[in-house]
Design a protein around this ligand. Structure first.
Ligand code: SF4
Ligand code: MG
Length: 316
């Protein structure tokens, strides 16, 4: 049978023009994966790794430059019908619940308005909003319906965002750093809520994060991205306990506390360097094992175990 989601050779090039030259920046290159209902995939990488660009292509906020995204056998590139229904099929949760909620609207309106657009009968609307509030643990729901976002905590706001998303009955939720602006314990509550809802509603979940700790906690599979490419992908526990790619090892060993934000621990990837790296491994200038081959020869993805892939010349 067809997977719920099939990402095939996905690529994105951004072009910028200055007065004298056109610059191209390859943000995502040759990304492949499939996802089934009930599964959680974490896409892990530093800022600039292309993970948020993938999220935006999955939700059709930006078009892909190459490759395709296929939902239930329907191609996003080819099917206008799919593009039309995509806003209900795939929903995105962003990291900042403060920015996601209109401060002038009540919680009831924020959750109810998209349902109205979907032609839910007026009489059922309030009942449906109350159910959604209950589903995300905002109880008693009646107490929340007339509140405004400023009256809620950060964690409660993220729950409202999740309730609004659930109201559209999506099949896939893409969560881009959904807990990074919350305190650790509140972040864990939100992760548990997403996992619980994933099971109950049989959703597929894509977690975008730079934090291997939350990836491990939530995901069945982890895909590690670097400079727009998938470097390693495998079952979460296997990837954490038995990392193979030099970059995955660096990510793991440079995060003493897996729950802590990791971004400061890394140098920022130089976008110029990425383009300049051309044909070789895009990680070669940071890799302790790099050889001349790594600098010049394109690296292919190698299957090293069932469902475990690595892009590195050390393998295969
Ligand atoms: Fe390091 Fe070479 Fe493997 Fe790239 S291909 S990760 S440079 S060993
Ligand atoms: Mg990002």
């Amino acid at each position: 049978s067809k997977p719920l989601l099939h990402v095939n050779e996905l690529g994105k090039v951004f072009s910028t023009r200055s007065m004298f030259r056109k610059k191209q920046f390859r943000a995502v290159h040759d990304v492949n994966f499939t996802l089934e209902a009930g599964e959680v995939l974490a896409i892990v990488g530093e800022s600039g790794s292309g993970k948020s660009t993938i999220a935006r292509m999955l939700t059709n906020l930006i078009p892909a430059t190459s490759g395709d995204i296929v939902y239930n056998g329907e191609s996003l590139r080819a099917s206008r019908q799919l593009r039309r229904k995509l806003p209900t099929f795939v929903q995105m949760i962003f990291q900042d619940p403060f920015a996601a909620l209109n401060p002038h609207h009540t919680i009831g309106y924020i959750i109810g308005r998209p349902l109205q657009v979907q032609h839910i009968a007026e009489g059922d609307l309030q009942q449906r909003v109350l159910e959604l509030l209950q589903k995300v643990g905002l109880t008693p729901a009646e107490d929340f319906i007339d509140k405004y976002p400023y009256q809620l905590s950060g964690g409660q706001k993220q729950r409202v965002v999740i309730a609004k998303v659930l109201g559209l009955a999506p099949k896939v939720i893409v969560a881009d750093e959904p807990t990074s602006m919350l305190d650790v314990s509140i972040g864990v509550d939100i992760m548990n809520l997403l996992l619980d809802l994933k099971d109950k509603e049989n959703l597929a979940l894509i977690l975008i994060t730079h934090n291997l700790g939350s990836a491990r906690y939530m995901a069945d599979r982890i895909m590690v991205m670097y400079a727009g490419q998938m470097m390693e992908c495998g079952p979460a526990e296997e990837l954490i306990h038995n990392p193979q790619h030099p970059y995955t090892k660096l990510l793991l060993y440079s995060s003493p506390d897996p729950w802590r934000e990791q971004s400061e621990a890394f140098e920022v990837i130089d976008p110029q360097g990425k383009v300049a790296s051309g044909t070789g491994c895009s990680f070669h200038h940071r890799c302790p094992y790099a050889t001349d081959t790594c600098r010049t020869k394109p690296v292919k993805i190698v299957q090293i175990a069932d469902g475990h892939q690595v892009r590195c010349h050390l393998f295969g």
